[in-house]
Design a protein. Structure first.
Length: 436
């Protein structure tokens, strides 16, 4: 063995067993989180008071981009319309981690009486609507800005690269086209550099302040939308035999769709939901109309079940309509969100970081969530972990708190520091190779 090879081996052994990496310490992370949280809350209040709908987040994106530039982070703007990407290169070599926040608000009129209450309005699908951060994306953006500030302050010690994704339109685009995370990825945000892992968080009403919720493997549902148009033949309400009644056929279809989950899906494997959200047909009490339109959503956690439901909706609508001489056209939207899957290995590896941030017993494995997230597109590309942070006041029943998307959705800001500590913790621990 040459001396060179022997010393290389010694170095390898040192890396494998030695604790002596000049690491960013837990105390440093705690200090950074406490130092940055007041500003995170200030940013969050500002974003809350000035919410913007999907693909219109120009003010928010401007503030984010300005902030990242000030920190000396390389910035790309206008990604997927209004998205911002920051790249922070650490002073030491190491892996690449992506951290994601969403910036968009919802067409909801705020009903919470806070001093920074939103009075914003906008136009949505042709109507004037109130605009509110009713899903808490204001806090996600603020937390990631705080994370960027903390990481930039320790960049010399940071082994690797951090990609910050501030994405638009997580809630979908106003015109129903593909946007958000999907479009950012299509525009190549993961091409250079390519992340080895990605992390994202969501504030969630059903968890109390101080708690983190997660689930390994499939976590949040795939969401698909469908539209069914039942066509009959218009006639007088007094003479139904003179035409074909699409209202009765549509009613039977609604009930028939409920047998997909209750009678046709193996419910011991994965849950599924099929809901009709709107039925529109007719104009007058004594006219049986020509057609009825129905729209709805279905949620699944498995691609095979998803396909089974697509086939089931199509078959149920067509065959039930056909039984009464009507026809049914079925459209499945092409803008679905896939299942948000937490990579099992990465989840296991990062759990200690979450537990350290929250404290013992405060990180809980939660049941499947039938809500959907476009973070799922990120999870399809790189091993990812998405987790929930509690924001409902301690001591109150979180299961009864106004949910995300409610006009009464309320964030107890004392919960946000945990979000910052957790995001900072998983990012630094991942880069420093904790748990490997
Ligand atoms: Zn939402
Ligand atoms: Zn959301």
């Amino acid at each position: 063995m040459t001396r060179l090879a022997a010393s290389a081996l010694a170095a390898l052994a040192f890396v494998a067993v030695g604790p002596a990496r000049a690491e960013i310490t837990e105390a440093e992370l705690d200090r950074a989180a406490s130092a940055n949280i007041p500003q995170v809350i200030e940013w969050r209040r500002d974003f809350h008071q000035h919410p913007e709908l999907g693909n219109s987040e120009t003010r928010t994106a401007g503030i984010v981009a300005e902030h990242l530039k000030k920190l000396g982070i390389e910035v790309r703007t206008g990604v997927a319309h209004t998205g911002v990407v920051g790249i922070l290169k650490g002073g030491k070599p190491g892996p690449v981690v992506a951290l994601r926040a969403d910036m968009d608000a919802l067409p909801v009129t705020e009903a919470v009486d806070v001093p920074f209450k939103s009075k914003a309005t906008s136009t949505y699908r042709g109507e004037t609507v109130g605009v509110m951060h009713a899903c808490g994306h204001d806090s996600h953006t603020a937390i990631l800005m705080g994370t960027a500030q903390a990481l930039a302050s320790m960049r010399q010690e940071l082994p690797g690269t951090v990609v910050f994704l501030f994405q638009p339109a997580e809630e979908g685009t106003p015109d129903g086209t593909r946007g958000g995370a999907w479009l950012m990825l299509k525009e190549g945000v993961f091409d250079l550099p390519r992340p080895d892992a990605a992390f994202g968080l969501h504030v969630f009403s059903t968890l109390n302040v101080g708690k983190i919720g997660y689930r390994s493997g499939p976590f949040m549902a795939a969401a698909d939308r469908f539209r069914i148009v039942v066509k009959g033949e218009q006639t007088h309400g007094s003479r139904p035999w003179g035409g074909v009644d699409p209202i009765v056929a549509a009613s039977q279809i609604v009930l028939g769709l409920q047998t997909l989950v209750s009678r046709q899906i193996d419910i011991t494997r994965n849950p599924a939901v099929v809901s009709v959200g709107a039925i529109k047909g007719g104009i007058r009490n004594n006219i049986i109309p020509d057609s009825v339109e129905m729209i709805g959503t279905f949620r699944t956690f498995d691609p095979a079940v998803r396909q089974q439901i697509i086939d089931g909706i199509t078959r149920t609508a067509r065959d039930i309509a056909g039984a009464s001489g009507a026809t049914a056209e079925v459209e499945i939207g092409d803008d679905n969100y896939p299942v948000t899957v937490n990579d099992a290995k990465l989840t296991e590896r990062m759990l200690p970081s979450l537990e350290r941030a929250a404290g013992p017993g405060k990180v809980i494995e939660i049941p499947y969530v039938t809500g959907a997230e476009d973070f799922s597109f990120i999870g399809e590309r790189v091993p990812s972990l998405f987790f929930f942070v509690g924001i409902t006041p301690a001591g109150t029943d979180a299961s009864r708190a106004p949910s995300n998307h409610s006009p009464k959705f309320y964030i107890d800001e004392s919960g946000l520091e945990l979000g910052l500590r957790a995001m900072l913790g998983v990012a630094v621990d991942f880069l420093q190779g904790a748990g490997t």
